[in-house]
Design a protein around this ligand. Sequence first.
Ligand code: KIV
Ligand code: ZN
Length: 498
Amino acid sequence: MSDRLYIFDTTLRDGEQVPGCQLNTVEKIQVARQLEALGVDVIEAGFPVSSPGDFNSVIEISKAVTWPTICALTRAVEKDIEVAAEALKYAKRKRIHTGIGTSDSHIKYKFKSNREEIIERAVAAVKYARRFVDDVEFYAEDAGRTDNEYLARVVEAVIAAGATVINLPDTTGYCLPSEYGAKIKYIMEHVDNVDKAILSTHCHNDLGMATANTISGVLNGARQVEVTINGIGERAGNTSLEEVAMVFKCHKDLDIITNINTQKIFPTSRMVSSLMNMPVQPNKAIVGRNAFAHSSGIHQDGVLKNVQTYEIIDPHDVGIDDNSIVLTARSGRAALKSRLTALGIELSQEKLDKIYQDFLKLADKKKDINDDDILLLAGEERKNNHRIKLEYLQVTSGVGIRPVASIGLNIAGESFEDSASGNGPVDAAINALKRIIHRKMTLKEFTIQAINKGSDDVGKVHMQVEYDGHAYYGFGANTDIVAASVEAYIDCINKFNI
Ligand code: KIV
Ligand code: ZN
């Protein structure tokens, strides 16, 4: 009989820690519902003690989803555990995820402690969490660089204290697949009570080995994997859910099954990318734009003769359907609604009407409207309650002239306008904007990316603006890249604490 592998999704916790990827509670609920439809077993919904926003999100996600276990992260600190238990009170199935660093460098430099004391703190945290919930997961932070013999002692002690799941994170993404697999095997073979808990992988991608390490962990006995959609996460990210799910779907010989409805993978990937303003790299396995695009003549010829020659995955199996690019200016509301639903977005009739008008305007400028465009339009809707909005922008630029921009802003209902010149059209537009908003702000990062093909494409702009010692991330999308840049700048300003 096949072995069941549990999928623990941490997009809303480890994934959301990425600067610029923060979601509000409504957006988190939307992602959580999509994760439930995707079939994940556990949703790590946040770190409740870290902020009132995280606390509230755990509460609301607990109310919004039924089937998956809702998990809340804590340090091995009583107050964290109490707050997590409170945040989980509405969850139908709940888990507290508590833990502490176990590598010598964490013990010595982070905790200024010693190995024995760390075991005592770990055991105390698990026992305390068990007072509130039956399902307690323990993480041994930096397990990847923790001495195996000591790690086995920690694991044995926390299982005896009541931990039901043991997470062995490769926090720094340092391990080789053989090394990480050997670590899981060591724990399986040297911890007497290991049968009382499930071992979990949690791999970071600093050396590009997160998925390989996760698979190696599973092949050596782990039965839960901690993953994120599109592999988002701190630094180089976490193991990507879609890669692990498809590895086990493709390699039936491994006899491992998950509950993932793989046809929901692509819409989930696009929803997360759009809500978090985090582009998916074109060559990303499974969900990248080029993942199924055969461009060389030899490959195209083979695929036309028989798709199996070069394709190991049927794109339909991950939810890529050919309908995804057929919306045009002649499509009606029903077609738009059906595409939005397929992408996991449910809107009221009023909002649908508004998006439909924006859709028609975009379709006038752009021939094919694809899923990325639709998700962007749905995202525009979120900007409606921003304090500062762009009313108009006019830019004159060209060769041999100094660019000039005029801008109109609506700030809390009042209109302002001004103009300025600059060394390029974006510089001119931002100078004009700064004549209205007199703040000492500096543009630190600025990237422009086209989503698809064609000179009529929508340009996506990501920006980082520094203000009052803090970095703010903003996003804009428009067929006019100067307008997209100004939108991104305004998005940053809307996040300032002013
Ligand atoms: O990477 C890590 O070690 C973590 C733990 C907090 C689970 O994210
Ligand atoms: Zn992590």
